[in-house]
Design a protein around this ligand. Structure first.
Ligand SMILES: NC(=O)c1ccc[n+]([C@@H]2O[C@H](COP(=O)([O-])OP(=O)(O)OC[C@H]3O[C@@H](n4cnc5c(N)ncnc54)[C@H](OP(=O)(O)O)[C@@H]3O)[C@@H](O)[C@H]2O)c1
Length: 334
C-alpha cells in the first residue's frame, strides 16, 4: 500500500489528484490551510468515502508545517501555490510564498526520510514567456520564462509567472544540492470539471467565446499575447501525468504536459465549425491567426505517457459542464 501527501489538497488540481490516488488504492495525507473551513474542504471530505484520506493543517510559509503530513509517505505531490493572478502585492503574496513555501515543503520531505520522490507542480508560464518575435517556435524543457523582462516591464500577471519560474528553479536546485529525487511537471491551462461547486477559472476562460464574457475573453487573449499560445490540458490527463511521473522510476527533471497548443483565432474557427449551435463572440479578423509558439510534451510521451483528451474532447467536456452549471443554454440555439 503506497502513501502519498498532496499539498493544497482543497485546490482545483490537488483535489482531483487526491480522488484519483484514492481510487488507485493510495493512502493520502492532504494538507489544507484551514480544515475547519467547510466551504473550502467539504468536497475533499466527501472523498473520505473512497479510501484512507487524512487532512492536516499546514501553511506553506511556516517552516516544518508539513512535517507531520509527509511522515511515512512514499511520494509527495507539492501542488499548492498562491494563484491570485491579480494580486496587488505580487512580491509578498506570490513570489516569496511560492519560493519559501516550496523550500519549506522540500525540507520536510528530506527530514521524513521515507519520501522516494517529490513531484512539484510548475506551470507552462514558467517556460513560455519570452520576447522572441515571429512564429513557429517549439519550446521544450530547456526553455525558461524571461524573469528580467517580467520584473522590468511588469505585464499583467507578471508576479504569478515570476513566482512559478523562480519556485521551480529553486526546487530543482534544492533537490540537486540535497540528492533528492524530484521531478517537476509543467501543466498548461488545465480545463475540466473540478470537484468543488465553484466553476474553475479555466472553464470560464475556455467557454468565454460562447458566453461572451469579455473579462474572460480578454484573459484568454492576454494569455496568448504574453505566453505566445493558448495551450491546454484536460484535468484528468494532468492528474494521470502527476501519478505517472511519481511511479515511473526513470523519470527525472522537468516534464511539459500539454495536449493542445493553439491560438484564440484557431479556437474561434474550431468552435464555429464544431458547435454551430452556439454563437462565437469574437471576430477572427481582429486577432493574430497563429500562435507564436508551442510547448512540446515529447519528453513525457517518450517516457510512455499517453494523452486521453484532445482539443475536441476537452471542449466537449467543458461544454457539458458549462450546460450543467447554467453557463450555456441546455437547448441548442442559433
Ligand atoms: N489551474 C491551472 O490551469 C494551472 C495551470 C498550470 C499550473 N497550475 C499550477 O497547479 C497548481 C494548482 O493550481 P490550482 O488551479 O489547482 O489552484 P487553486 O485551486 O488556487 O489551489 C491552490 C492551492 O494552494 C493553496 N495555497 C496557496 N497558498 C498557500 C499557503 N501559503 N499555504 C498553504 N496552502 C496554500 C491554496 O490554499 P487556500 O485554498 O487556503 O488558498 C489551494 O489549496 C498550482 O501550483 C498552479 O500554479 C495550475
Amino acid at each position: 500500500m503506497k502513501k502519498a501527501c498532496v499539498t493544497g489538497g482543497n485546490g482545483y488540481l490537488a483535489s482531483a489528484l487526491i480522488k484519483q490516488l484514492l481510487e488507485n488504492g493510495y493512502h493520502v495525507n492532504a494538507t489544507v490551510r484551514n480544515p475547519d473551513d467547510i466551504a473550502k474542504v467539504s468536497h475533499l471530505k466527501k472523498l473520505e468515502e473512497i479510501g484512507t484520506l487524512k487532512l492536516f493543517q499546514a501553511d506553506l510559509m511556516v517552516e516544518g508545517s508539513v512535517d507531520e503530513a509527509v511522515i511515512g509517505c512514499d511520494y509527495v505531490f507539492h501542488v499548492a501555490a498562491p494563484t491570485n493572478l491579480m494580486s496587488d502585492d505580487p512580491e509578498n503574496e506570490l513570489i516569496r510564498p511560492a519560493i519559501q513555501g516550496t523550500l519549506n515543503v522540500l525540507k520536510s520531505c528530506l527530514k521524513a526520510k521515507t519520501v522516494e520522490r517529490v513531484v512539484y507542480t510548475s506551470s507552462g508560464s514558467a517556460v513560455s514567456v519570452n520576447q522572441q518575435k515571429g512564429t513557429g517556435y517549439v519550446l521544450d524543457e530547456e526553455a525558461w520564462s524571461d524573469v528580467d523582462y517580467l520584473m522590468g516591464e511588469k505585464p499583467p500577471t507578471w508576479g504569478y509567472i515570476v513566482s512559478k519560474t523562480l519556485a521551480e528553479k529553486e526546487a530543482l536546485k534544492f533537490a540537486s544540492e540535497n540528492q533528492m529525487d524530484l521531478v517537476t511537471i509543467v501543466p498548461t491551462l488545465i480545463v475540466g470539471p473540478g470537484l468543488s461547486l465553484e466553476v474553475p477559472v479555466s472553464i470560464h476562460m475556455a467557454l468565454s467565446l460562447f458566453t461572451g464574457d469579455e473579462m474572460w475573453i480578454n484573459g484568454l487573449s492576454a494569455m496568448e499575447t504574453l505566453s505566445g499560445s493558448i495551450s491546454m490540458v484536460h484535468l484528468k490527463d494532468i492528474v494521470r501525468a502527476h501519478i505517472f511521473l511519481a511511479e515511473n522510476p526513470s523519470a527525472s527533471g522537468r516534464y511539459i504536459c500539454t495536449a493542445v497548443n493553439t491560438s484564440l483565432a484557431e479556437i474561434a474557427s474550431f468552435l464555429t465549425k464544431q458547435y454551430p449551435q452556439y454563437k462565437v463572440f469574437i471576430d477572427v479578423h481582429d486577432i493574430p491567426a497563429k500562435a507564436k509558439l508551442s510547448l512540446s510534451s515529447k519528453k513525457l510521451i517518450q517516457a510512455g505517457y499517453e494523452f486521453n483528451y484532445n482539443m475536441e474532447e476537452i471542449f466537449d467536456t467543458a461544454i457539458e459542464y458549462g450546460k450543467s452549471k447554467g453557463m450555456l443554454p441546455k437547448q441548442d440555439h442559433s
